[in-house]
Ligand binder design. Structure first.
Ligand code: PEP
Length: 254
C-alpha cells in the first residue's frame, strides 16, 4: 500500500476557555514538533481562535472542527469553507459524533459539507463510527454512513478526503470509554477499504487515508499505526496538554 505522511489531527473540541491559553498550547506544540519529520500535524481549535493561532504556526497546519455547506449567504450563525480557507485553514473535521449527537447532523448534511469543503480546496476529515460495541452490526452501520456521506461524490474528489474511524464508545468523553484494540481497528479499517471498493474502486479503496480516533494517547498511538493499520489519528483530550501531545507525535518516529 502506498504510504503518505502520518497525519495527526488535534481536535480541541470546545476548549480552552481563554485565548491566551489556546495560543500558549499552540505555541508549545509548534515548538515541540518543529523537528519531527514524516508527520503532518493539524491543530483544530475552536473557530474564535483560528486567526490568532495561525500567526503562531509554521510546521503545524490549521484546521476547523466544522463548517456549513454554502460558501456565503443568509445562514445565521454559520461559517463557510471559503471563510476558513481565507483564514489559512487546510483541514476541516466533518461529522464528528458529538455534532451528530448534540446537533442532529445526518449523513445527508455531512455529504453537503464534504462537497463544500472540497470546493473550497480544503481537506475534509470525515468521521464515521458505530455507537455501540456490537460485533457484526458495525459493518452495516459503517457502510450506511459511508454511502450517505459520499453519495454522488465523484471519484476524482474522493482521493482528497481523509476518513477517520471513530467508534463512539471509544471517545474519551463517553462514560466507560475505552480505546478500541489495535485488532478492532485493523479489522474495521480493512472492512472500510472493502466497502470503499464496492462504492468506488480498488485504487480509491487502497489509497484513502484512514485515521483512527478514540482515546488515543502517547502510550497507545504506535499500536494503532503498527498493528491497527491506521495512517494517523484524530486526537481529542490528549491534544489539549502540550507535553502529552508532543510526546504522542514524537513517539511516532521512535
Ligand atoms: C475526538 O473527539 O475526536 C476524540 C477522538 O476524542 P478523544 O481522543 O478524547 O477520545
Amino acid at each position: 500500500m502506498y504510504m503518505k505522511k502520518t497525519l495527526i489531527v488535534a481536535n480541541w473540541k470546545m476548549y480552552p476557555l481563554d485565548e491566551d491559553v489556546a495560543v500558549e498550547l499552540a505555541t508549545k506544540v509548534e515548538q515541540g514538533i518543529k523537528n519531527v519529520e514524516g508527520v503532518e500535524v493539524a491543530l483544530c481549535p475552536p473557530f474564535v481562535y483560528l486567526i490568532e493561532i495561525k500567526k503562531h504556526l509554521a510546521k503545524a497546519s490549521l484546521g476547523a472542527q466544522n463548517t456549513f455547506w454554502e460558501q456565503e449567504g443568509a445562514y445565521t450563525g454559520e461559517i463557510s469553507p471559503a471563510m476558513l480557507k481565507k483564514l489559512g485553514c487546510s483541514y476541516v473535521i466533518l461529522g464528528h459524533s458529538e455534532r451528530k449527537n448534540f446537533l442532529g447532523e445526518t449523513p445527508e448534511m455531512i455529504n453537503q459539507k464534504v462537497r463544500a469543503v472540497l470546493a473550497a480546496k480544503l481537506i475534509p476529515v470525515v468521521c464515521i463510527g458505530e455507537k455501540k460495541r456490537l460485533k457484526g452490526a458495525i459493518r452495516a452501520e459503517l457502510e450506511w454512513q459511508m454511502k450517505g456521506i459520499f453519495k454522488d461524490i465523484p471519484s476524482s474528489a474522493i482521493s482528497k478526503i481523509v476518513l477517520a474511524y471513530e467508534p463512539e464508545w471509544a471517545i474519551s468523553s463517553q462514560v466507560h470509554a475505552q480505546p478500541a484494540t489495535p485488532q478492532d481497528c485493523k479489522e474495521t479499517i480493512s472492512f472500510m477499504r472493502d466497502a470503499l471498493k464496492g462504492l468506488w474502486d480498488e485504487t480509491i479503496a487502497k489509497n484513502m487515508t484512514i485515521l483512527y480516533g478514540g482515546s488515543v494517547n502517547s502510550s497507545n498511538i504506535k499500536e494503532f499505526l503498527l498493528e491497527g493499520n491506521a495512517q494517523g489519528a484524530l486526537v481529542g483530550f490528549a491534544s489539549l496538554e502540550a507535553e502529552e501531545f508532543i510526546k504522542l507525535v514524537g513517539n511516532l518516529i521512535k
